[in-house]
Design a protein around this ligand. Structure first.
Ligand code: GCB
Length: 605
């Protein structure tokens, strides 16, 4: 009954395809203090128009006469800072999974959006959200880690306005991620919220990327460009210019408002490629009719040749680390430039040129800052463990998250791998689901590599074999393995690896837990010495794998997880970090750092 009430007030579908490069536009930030009401029993869904004894929270009702019974008041409710997760903002909500309603009053002057459109943009809301502006339902979004936006131009009024967001982070078997996962299910409006001012006609999406060389070294290189407008109209002029390269070209849209894939040629010797050593970004401007936006774009190629990964045509070893999107000091969702810089500078100190942003898209600043710092990125969607492979809605949900991850970041030079899944048990339904997802990812972005974190199976006691039907869909075979943690570390020297595919190999996870400051013998679990030894043995073992093109050990920093309950040791943290939850380095950090130093100095052919 509550659900039906919501549908009746969905006056319009204001959702628009994701705006590319939101940072390029002027906007009014709606970050800051929001009032909130915790709604354990979904009371806020009741609609007075259907049930005259109950006023739904989305109506933001106020008593008109003394006898009016309205049992909530946003203006008198507590506030929390947005963006944030509610778990670390209010002690009572630490373990809470359910609905919280958020309310923010803001004022708009009529001149502010004159001749413009107002897009209400959310960086991410975990997990299921309904958005209302001035009492009107503007949309419903699921998926906790990707941005979305609504056109609310016609709903805004001079002076006071309000936005109400119902956020529900209950877990369900058919969701993405599914019911069980090894990280904290932080709920809330976890990333920025803003009203973005866009022209009536704007470039909804564009892609500007260097084409692959396919092994040729030509005197000229090709940059391809495509775009589409928010309106399906022919004859608009779209101009792209890269002043430093003295490039400028104008294209005309077709009847669908598209600039179909077009190319520019540039002399190879004039083009400075983006790389970890020289993370060169070019100033780019894009205009449609009279309005212009800017971007900073790097050009590089990423390809494979047999078992090698080639960046700009040269083999590269990916010295990586896995990272969760959690604040560097203490828990909570990371959401700022500072959080990104701290986490990435820790990775740099470790000697990394690569990070695996696990297990879902991180906030956009993580990618942007990494790009400036010369750090390559693996970006992933939360198709994790036992997804409901047979459910068509689950597939659509995963596909939507994949689309939005790619749409948000497909102009970032540092992203080299889209990962479509992590540790998924084999079955025909899973192969079908993931196969379709991989083909779809490739169809919307052919310039990057596709991978996923697979699992190995034991062929015999000391032989591990990678045998996964998904091999034919990926460019890089990656797998997680935990010898030394979920199996005896003394087995490491005896292990053999059979990887029967002529593709580069990334070990997407290995590691083990240690409590920072807990010391003992190397065979004593949870000590720093145990973890240190585990790293030594694993590195010696993995370094022998033929075609090893990179590793992203698990994990940079201890992170919160409800599965990790051991008192005095875990206390709701997964302790596999090389840094503690407070940012202290454990001994294993230095083992990996040493290996990465060696790797950085070994030439690859
Ligand atoms: C895995 C998962 C990762 C877990 C890790 C662990 O294989 O991919 O999400 O946190 O193992 O610590 O067990």
């Amino acid at each position: 009954m509550a659900m039906a009430a919501v549908l009746t007030v969905s006056a319009q579908d204001a959702e628009k395809p994701l705006l590319q490069n939101v940072m390029a536009y002027e906007s009014v930030s709606l970050n800051g203090d929001w009032n909130y009401i915790v709604d354990v029993q979904e009371e806020g869904y009741y609609d007075y128009r259907m049930n005259p004894t109950r006023w739904g929270f989305f109506q933001n009702a106020k008593p008109q006469k003394p006898e009016d019974l309205i049992e909530y008041d946003f203006d008198k409710s507590p506030t929390m800072r947005i963006p944030s997760d509610w778990n670390t903002q209010d002690e009572r909500l630490f373990f809470y999974e359910g609905t919280v309603w958020f309310y923010k009053k803001f004022s708009v002057e009529s001149s502010a959006f004159k001749d413009k459109l107002a897009l209400l943009w959310f960086g991410a809301v975990n997990y299921d959200s309904h958005v209302y502006v001035n009492g009107k339902h503007v949309g419903h979004h699921i998926g906790g880690f990707t941005p979305f936006n609504y056109d609310v131009t016609n709903l805004l009024r001079e002076g006071d306005n309000n936005v109400i967001v119902k956020v529900d982070n209950k877990r369900h078997a058919e969701d993405v991620p599914t019911q069980i996962f090894d990280w904290w299910n932080y709920g809330g409006i976890t990333r920025d919220v803003k009203l973005v001012k866009v022209p009536q006609l704007y470039i909804e999406d564009y892609s500007l990327q260097l084409e692959k060389t396919n092994g040729k070294s030509d005197k000229t290189r090709t940059i391809s460009f495509s775009a589409h407008l928010n309106k399906k109209e022919a004859g608009h002029k779209v101009t792209v210019s890269i002043p430093e390269l003295k490039l400028e070209q104008t294209f005309t849209t077709d009847a669908d408002g598209n600039v179909q894939s077009s190319t520019f040629n540039v002399q190879s010797k004039k083009l400075q490629l983006w790389s970890p050593e020289t993370p060169k970004l070019y100033e780019v401007s894009l205009s449609v009719d009279a309005s212009t936006i800017n971007d900073q774009i790097g050009f590089r190629t990423i390809e494979t040749r047999d078992k090698q990964i080639l960046l700009n045509g040269q083999p590269i070893f990916l010295r990586g680390i896995s990272i969760h999107n959690e604040k560097p000091n203490g828990g909570g969702r990371a959401n700022s430039v500072e959080d990104a810089r701290t986490l990435l500078s820790w990775a740099k100190e470790l000697g990394c040129n690569f990070v695996r942003l696990a297990h879902y898209p991180h906030h956009e600043e993580m990618v942007r800052e990494a790009e400036k710092m010369g750090i390559l990125v693996w970006s992933e969607i939360p198709v994790y463990w036992t997804i409901a492979w047979k459910n068509p809605a689950t597939f659509e949900n995963a596909k939507r998250q994949l689309t939005d991850m790619i749409l948000r970041d497909h102009n970032r030079a540092n992203i080299i791998i889209w990962s479509i899944a992590n540790e998924t048990p084999h079955s025909a339904e899973r192969d079908d689901f993931l196969g379709r997802l991989a083909q779809y990812a490739r169809s919307i972005d052919a310039t990057r590599l596709i991978s996923m974190a697979m699992e190995v199976t034991s062929a015999s006691n000391y032989v591990n074999r990678l045998n996964d039907n998904m091999n034919k869909f990926v460019d890089v075979v990656s797998f997680n393995q935990y010898i030394g943690w979920y199996r005896d570390v003394n087995d490491a020297p005896k292990m053999k690896w059979e990887i029967p595919y002529n593709k580069p190999v990334i070990i997407s996870e290995f590691g083990g837990g240690a409590r920072y400051g807990y010391h003992g013998e190397k065979n004593q679990r949870w000590t720093e010495e145990f973890q240190e030894n585990l790293y030594r043995e694993n590195i010696a073992m993995l370094d022998k794998i033929e075609g090893l093109a990179g590793t992203t050990p698990w994990i940079l920093k201890d992170f919160r997880s409800p599965r990790r309950v051991l008192p005095g040791i875990q206390d709701f943290y997964n302790r596999k970090g090389l840094y503690s939850d407070k940012g202290e380095k454990k001994k294993a950090f230095f083992v990996l750092q040493d290996w990465y130093k060696q790797k950085a100095s070994q030439p690859l052919h």
